[in-house]
Each structure stands twice: as structure tokens, then as C-alpha cells.
Design a protein around this ligand. Structure first.
Ligand code: HEM
Length: 674
């Protein structure tokens, strides 16, 4: 005979015993509008009286059920990812989703259910609690969602903090070798010879290619892998794949660079094959990058779309399109025995690289981070969307008109319209930033040296775009194309003044912060700023004045400017290496302890990532900005609780108490879970 067997239910039988022996009796109670979980310790006579039920009929129904053979219902198997439904058993639901225990605990049936009804279905509990099964199931699924979100948070916090370091280091290596060093050498040659010609175009193109793919491309891949999963509150789709994507990208860039030089020796098939294979490998690396980023984006389906994401994915799309075009160009050049990119392809491809890829992604980073970095209000989302649409339409129409304007005169007008649309988009972008209000909302960021880089790069962006608009209109009305020297100056203002300045500014903030470190040298950062701007000003002014206005004396300062910029990037590279090196030393010492007790010295970022439940405590205490993943993943890494209460006044003692309580509660729950 089963333990606590009930042969016949009487008026003195306890509700709990009846339910324990035969959970299906809950249905009988339910039909009599008796909700047994409220009166488990009462006898049937009492509850019948209290709920105005006919005791005789209740006893008759209950005994009728006990006598029938099919007493216990069969619980349905668990399907991962599938929502909880009323036919699932308590055991399955709470084992798979420990967070649902809180729901049963809230209804004060957790212990009882564990002891007496582990295999009963959710419908049983719903009836017992006078809840509609849907209501109980919804509550349980909500708890599961919250659990998944916090697991996601935990998994996010378990993301490698250094996923971007390899990419940043490699991009610096490219900039300091085939990129800026090469460029500075070419420029010095031009300066010493008082001309902008005499160096094989293939070499200039090879320099440009490694800069766009190596310096800018690898930086953007690294920062995307690190920052975007954190902004999206999710985890990188595949860390190993992400790390590995650095390899094909590097191999592809090196193969293309080498092949462009070897082809100067002679038009041999292996060299041609190398240029095509190299560009194909680059495309494969970009596809892998896109695959990882798209799956990472899709992995958190609860999130709402934000405009800055459109900038990122459009930028990645243009990166892929121009890379596919480059494969086509290398193949076309192989077939036609050419060593330089045909002019008809060069301009459109360059515009996709500059505006489609590099500027688009950087505008995405700015849209998301500038409010925190510059202490300004969040730019208007709808205006940002217009800027995005205008920019992409202008790129598309400019690229099309660059291809077709020699064949179809209509495209001359489209070329002009594209230029004006781009100008309008950039003006709207600046208007929406409201830069005159920098520092309006201070986020407590301790060091602000990087801000001058952002301001300077925005100045260069505005200058370069104004120049491009002027040249576009001038070209339409006079038919006079922008001179080679002037176009080189424009391109340099964008690539070095805007993009490189922004990369250096963001990286000198993000890298130390992401590693929980201070930047190695703020003096080196200062000289990076001075040298980079001096070099750019010299290049952008002297090159057109020397070449177009025959001010030959300016060829020398132009020729030297490249080495000033190289010096700037060398100092930056040195700073990155040393800062990362500091982290590795720290790691050697194993400093990132597990936080068991919150003190004024506890780092806010470490606390929230190790104990996600403390975020709600901090937010309820007024640290609302911590809900912003940018701020959480940047400023919070440099702030401890003691400093935080000086930025936003609240009582430190009670805050520490509440935080420690939250940690203890979670720990005790974890201990209780089966
Ligand atoms: C230290 C900084 C740099 C120096 C000294 C430098 C120097 C040069 C020189 C001398 C040229 C050829 C002349 C001309 O067309 O104006 C050139 C072209 C170019 N540079 Fe740079 N550059 C630097 C940085 C960059 C950066 C950061 C990028 C891109 C991210 C870049 C991309 C290009 C491109 C795409 C070309 C055009 C190549 C072509 O004609 O296809 N450069 N650069």
C-alpha cells in the first residue's frame, strides 16, 4: 500500500493529504470553486463551509475519482527552447528552469510541490491556486525569459575581454609597415622630386589597399567583435571563428600587396593568381565576419532595432561589395595584362571604401557612443535615420554616375545630385549632434584626453565633405574635374584627418577601458594628436598648393608631413602595445577576483558582470545611465562604488548593504536549486 494512502475521503480529511495522495483531485476542488492551496492544512468540512460548497457532493466526487483507475496524468517530455505549457510537470519545469522556482515560492507552494507533487502538471497548480493555466504559464515563461536574459548577461560577461586586441595589434602593424611607412616614403619621394608622379601607380594602390583593409578594416572587425555584442546584450556567435577570421584577412592583404609589387617585375601567371587568390581570401574573411556579426545580432531576439545598427550593417555590406568588385578588377586586369586599376573602376571603388564602408561604420560608432564620450544628449533617432538613408542613396547614385556619366549625360546631373545629397546628409548629421552642447551631460568619465581626437576628426570630416561638395558642384558647372593633387588632399583629409583620428581617439579610450587599465602614456597620446594634425594640415594644404599652384617650396613640407603622421601612429602603436602588455602582466598576477562582498573599492563593471542582479539595485538607486550598455561597458569599467556615489549622490552604507543582500540572496537560491 502506497505511503499516505487514502482509501476513503471524509469530512475530516486534510486538503493537503487528499492532494498529496491524488493530485488530480485538484480538478474536483476546482469545479467546486475551492482553491486548495489556500487552505492546505484545513479539513474538507472547513473549506466546504468557507467556500460555500456542498460537502456531500464534494466528498462523493472525490471518492468517485479515487476509485477510478486512471488517476495520474502523464507529464509531457521537455523540448529545449520550447515554452512552458500547462501539461508540463513541476519537476521538468523547475529542473530545466530553476528561475521558475521563484514563481512557486511566491505562491508559497514550492516546498509542498517538491515534496508531494513533483510530477504534477502546471494545470494542477493553476487550479490549486485559482489561476487560469494561461496566467500561471505566462508567469513561468516570463521567469524563463528573465533567466535567459540574465544568463545572456552572464554569458556576455563571460565573453573574452580581449577579442579585439589581436585585430588592433595587426591593424597597427599594417599601418606602421605597408600602410603609413610606405605612404610616407612615397610622399617623401614626391617631395624630394617636386612632383606627384614617378612612383608606379600599382605601388600607390597597394598602399591604399593595405590601409583600407589592414588599418581600417581590421580595426573595425576588432571593435565590432568586442563592442557590438555588449551593446546588444548578447554574446558573440562564435569566439573561435571570430578570432580565426583575423588569419584569412591578414593572409589576403599580404598576398595582394606582394602580388601588386611582383607584377612590376613581370606579368607572370603565379603573380596574377596570387592577386586573385589574395582578393578572394579577403572576400572569404569579410563573409565570415558578416556571418558571425549577423548571427550575433540575431541571437538576442528580444531587442528592438536601433538606427546605429543600420550604419554598421550597411558599412559591412559596402565593404563586401567593394571587395567583390576588387576580385573582379584583379581578374579583369589579369586578362588584360594591366597593372593598375582602370580609372572607371578606381573612383567608384574608392568612394565605396571611403563613404560606404569606413565613414558609414564610424558614423554608426559615433551615433551610439558620442552621447557617453562627449557628454551630449542622444541625437534624434529619426534624423539619424534620414542621414543614413540620404547617405546610402548618395553613395549608390554617385557610384552609378561615376560608371555611367561618360555614356549617359543624365548621369552628370545624378552625379551632382549625389554630391548634394551627401552634403545634406553630413550637414544633418552635424546638426543632430548639437556639438555646441558638449559636456552637457557628464557621465563621470574620469579621463577625457581622447575627446580632442573626436572633435578634431569631426572638424576634418566637415572640412573634407565641404570640399567634396564644392568640387562636385564646380565640376558640374565648369566641367573641370578635381585635380589629382586636390583629390589626394581630400582623400587624405578623410582617411587620416577623420577616420584615422577617430580610430586613434576611440581606441585610446576603448582599449584601456576594455582591459580595465589606464592608457600607458597620456603624454604619448598628446604627441600623437599634435603630430597627426600637423602632418595632415601640411599634407592637405601643401599638396594642392605645390602641385596645382606651382608653389614648389611647399613640396618639401608636403614630403616630410608623412613622417610626422607616421611618428604619430608609431607613438599610438607603442601606447597600445604597452597598455595591452600591462593587462597581460596583471593577468599573470590573476587580479580579477570574484566579488563575494561589495565594498567602496568594488569596480562597478566587474560587480554588474559577476552579479547581474546588482544592476537593478544600482538602477533603482538612480544610476539609470548604467542601463545604457555603452556606458556600462566603458565608464563603469573605470569607476568603483565609492566614486559612483560621488557622481550620483546616494547613501553609500545602505547601498552596500542592498548590493550585498542581492548577492547573498542569489547565492542562497543557487544553493537551494536541485
Ligand atoms: C601616414 C599617413 C599616410 C601617408 C603618408 C599616405 C601617403 C599617400 C600617398 C603619397 C599617396 C599617393 C598620392 C595621392 O594619391 O595622394 C596615397 C594614396 C592613398 N592613400 Fe595614403 N597615406 C597615408 C595614410 C593613409 C590612410 C590612413 C589611408 C586609408 C585608410 C590611405 C589610403 C590611401 C589611398 C586609398 C590612396 C589612393 C591609392 C590609389 O591611388 O589608389 N592612406 N597615400
Amino acid at each position: 500500500m502506497r505511503e499516505n494512502t487514502i482509501v476513503k475521503v471524509t469530512k475530516d480529511s486534510k486538503v493537503l493529504d487528499v492532494l498529496r495522495f491524488c493530485p488530480t483531485t485538484v480538478k474536483v476542488f476546482y469545479t467546486f470553486q475551492i482553491y486548495p492551496f489556500r487552505d492546505l492544512s484545513s479539513d474538507l468540512e472547513t473549506v466546504a463551509l468557507k467556500d460555500d460548497a456542498d460537502l456531500e457532493s464534494l466528498l462523493k466526487e472525490l471518492n468517485g475519482l479515487l476509485a477510478s483507475p486512471a488517476v495520474a496524468g502523464e507529464a509531457v517530455g521537455f523540448v529545449p527552447g520550447r515554452k512552458i505549457h500547462q501539461n508540463m510537470s513541476f519537476r521538468l519545469v523547475t529542473t530545466r528552469h530553476p528561475a521558475t522556482r521563484d514563481v512557486f515560492d511566491r505562491y508559497k507552494v514550492l516546498k509542498l510541490a517538491e515534496e508531494y507533487w513533483p510530477d504534477e502538471k502546471m494545470s494542477f497548480f493553476a487550479m490549486g491556486l485559482n489561476l487560469s493555466p494561461d496566467k500561471l504559464v505566462t508567469e513561468l515563461n516570463k521567469a524563463v525569459k528573465a533567466e535567459e536574459a540574465s544568463q545572456l548577461k552572464t554569458s556576455v560577461s563571460s565573453q573574452p575581454e580581449d577579442i579585439h586586441v589581436g585585430f588592433m595589434k595587426m591593424s597597427v602593424i599594417f599601418a606602421l609597415t605597408t600602410g603609413c611607412l610606405y605612404g610616407a616614403g612615397i610622399l617623401f619621394y614626391f617631395g624630394m622630386h617636386g612632383t606627384l608622379y614617378g612612383v608606379p601607380r600599382a605601388i600607390l594602390e597597394a598602399h591604399g589597399h593595405t590601409q583600407v583593409y589592414g588599418w581600417v578594416g581590421l580595426f573595425i572587425m576588432g571593435i565590432s567583435y568586442f563592442a557590438l555584442p555588449r551593446f546588444w546584450g548578447t554574446s558573440l556567435y562564435n569566439v573561435f571563428m571570430a578570432r580565426m577570421s583575423l588569419v584569412p584577412m591578414t593572409i589576403g592583404i599580404v598576398l595582394v600587396f606582394l602580388s601588386r609589387h611582383l607584377l612590376l617585375i613581370g606579368d607572370y601567371i603565379p603573380f596574377r593568381a596570387m592577386s586573385i587568390v589574395g582578393s578572394l581570401i579577403e572576400v572569404a574573411a569579410i563573409c565570415l565576419f558578416l556571418y558571425i556579426m549577423t548571427n550575433t545580432y540575431r541571437s538576442n531576439s528580444t531587442r528592438k532595432f536601433e538606427v546605429y545598427e543600420a550604419y554598421f550593417f550597411a558599412g559591412y555590406g559596402w565593404f563586401l561589395i567593394q571587395a567583390l568588385m576588387f576580385v573582379g578588377t584583379m581578374t579583369y586586369m589579369a586578362y588584360n595584362g594591366l597593372n593598375t586599376v582602370p580609372p572607371l573602376i578606381e573612383q567608384p571603388m574608392l568612394h565605396m571604401q571611403i563613404m560606404g564602408f569606413a565613414c558609414m561604420v564610424i558614423l554608426g560608432i559615433l551615433t551610439k557612443t558620442l552621447p557617453v564620450f562627449l557628454g551630449i544628449k542622444e541625437p534624434k533617432k529619426d534624423v539619424n535615420l534620414y542621414v543614413f538613408l540620404l547617405l546610402n542613396v548618395s553613395i549608390l547614385s554617385r557610384v552609378a554616375s561615376l560608371f555611367l556619366r561618360d555614356t549617359y549625360p543624365l548621369f552628370e546631373t545624378i552625379f551632382l545630385a549625389a554630391g548634394c545629397l551627401e552634403g545634406l546628409a553630413v550637414l544633418l548629421f552635424f546638426y543632430n549632434l548639437r556639438l555646441h552642447r558638449i559636456g552637457e551631460i557628464e557621465s563621470g568619465m574620469p579621463r577625457k584626453e581622447f575627446r580632442k581626437f573626436i572633435k578634431a576628426s569631426l572638424f576634418w570630416f566637415f572640412l573634407a565633405e565641404s570640399a567634396l561638395l564644392y568640387f562636385t558642384v564646380n565640376e558640374f558647372y565648369t566641367g573641370a574635374e578635381m585635380s589629382y593633387a586636390m583629390f589626394g588632399a581630400y582623400r587624405h583629409a578623410i582617411f587620416v584627418g577623420f577616420i584615422t583620428m577617430m580610430i586613434v581617439g576611440c581606441a585610446s579610450k576603448m582599449i584601456p577601458m576594455s582591459l580595465g587599465q589606464q592608457l600607458y602614456s597620456y603624454r604619448a597620446l598628446f604627441w600623437t594628436f599634435v603630430l597627426l594634425n600637423t602632418g595632415s594640415v601640411l599634407r592637405v594644404t601643401c599638396q594642392p598648393l605645390a602641385a596645382d599652384y606651382e608653389m614648389n617650396s611647399l613640396f618639401l613640407p608636403m614630403g616630410i608631413s608623412g613622417f610626422l603622421e607616421y611618428g604619430a601612429l608609431f607613438l599610438f602603436g607603442y601606447n597600445v602595445w604597452k597598455t595591452v602588455g600591462q593587462r597581460q602582466v596583471q593577468e599573470g598576477k590573476g587580479t580579477t577576483e570574484r566579488i563575494t562582498k561589495v565594498t567602496p573599492e568594488t569596480n562597478v563593471y566587474q560587480l554588474v558582470t559577476q552579479h547581474p542582479q546588482t544592476l537593478d539595485v544600482l538602477v533603482n538607486r538612480g544610476f539609470k545611465q548604467l542601463k545604457n550598455p555603452v556606458l556600462l561597458n566603458t565608464v563603469a569599467r573605470t569607476v568603483n562604488i565609492g566614486t559612483a556615489v560621488t557622481i550620483h549622490t546616494t547613501d553609500l552604507g545602505s547601498l552596500l548593504e542592498e548590493l550585498n543582500e542581492a548577492i547573498d540572496k542569489k547565492n542562497s537560491h543557487a544553493q537551494d536549486a536541485p
